[in-house]
Design a protein. Structure first.
Length: 230
């Protein structure tokens, strides 16, 4: 999942991006309201973490501008303003959640995870595709009931592939949603992670065929053998 953090304070921006990257998200950072709004309209972000106090235009204006064009993208607003009126204003103009500063990093991660689950799989916290089952609240994977140890990035890649089961997922889409703006399109990093993921999952399936098919020149494909449950 790819997240845009919009925060003018460099220390807070660093804290937010580090916390979300450690949780496995691809993170881009913008420190200007106008730039952030344009960026959010050009790049298919999965979620925006948006501060209120910004140069250019404030977070409320960014939210209004982005919400009109990207209606389904969750927006989590942050602000040192804790007054009820400010929270209500943020929610009224289209924010999905509002987190006043200061806050615990664990709460930020929990709210981001909840917003993303609500958008991609409403009311669902688990995802089962064939023998693979994800607990999306804990970000863990099991195959035939056995836990599979994955890094944060491996989990994010697996989750994105399973959410897009039944269709070919291109390398570009993976780069956009699992990595960030600093990803080198000429590197073989995606292929390396796909290989690691395939090895870990296939070793637990006891099957001669892989859960993931490579379509040369097109991308990757996971067959839609899913059951979604609470």
């Amino acid at each position: 999942m790819r997240v845009l953090v919009v925060e003018d304070d460099p220390r807070m921006a660093s804290l937010l991006s580090r916390a979300l990257r450690e949780a496995g998200y691809a993170v881009d950072v913008s420190r200007d309201g106008l730039q952030a709004a344009d960026q959010a309209l050009m790049v298919p972000y999965d979620l925006m973490v948006l501060d209120v106090l910004l140069p250019g235009i404030d977070g409320f204006a960014v939210c209004q501008k982005v919400r009109g064009a990207r209606g389904k993208m969750p927006i989590l607003m942050l602000s040192a303003r804790s007054e009820i009126a400010d929270r209500v204003r943020g929610l009224d103009i289209g924010a999905d959640d509002y987190l006043p500063k200061p806050f615990a990093v664990e709460e930020l991660r929990a709210r981001v995870g909840a917003l993303l689950r609500r958008r991609t799989l409403p009311q669902q916290i688990s995802l089962t595709v064939g023998a693979i089952r994800l607990d999306r609240s804990k970000r863990t994977a099991h195959v035939r009931g056995r836990a599979v140890e994955l890094t944060a990035k491996e989990y994010s890649l697996l989750e994105y592939l399973l959410l897009n089961r039944g269709r070919i997922v291109t390398r570009r889409e993976i780069a956009e949603h699992v990595w960030d703006e600093h990803f080198d399109p000429f590197s073989n990093l995606i292929e390396v992670y796909v290989g690691r993921l395939r090895q870990k999952i296939d070793a637990s399936t006891d099957s001669k065929s892989s859960f993931l098919t490579t379509r040369r020149g097109e991308g990757y494909f996971v067959e839609d053998l899913s059951q979604e449950s609470d």
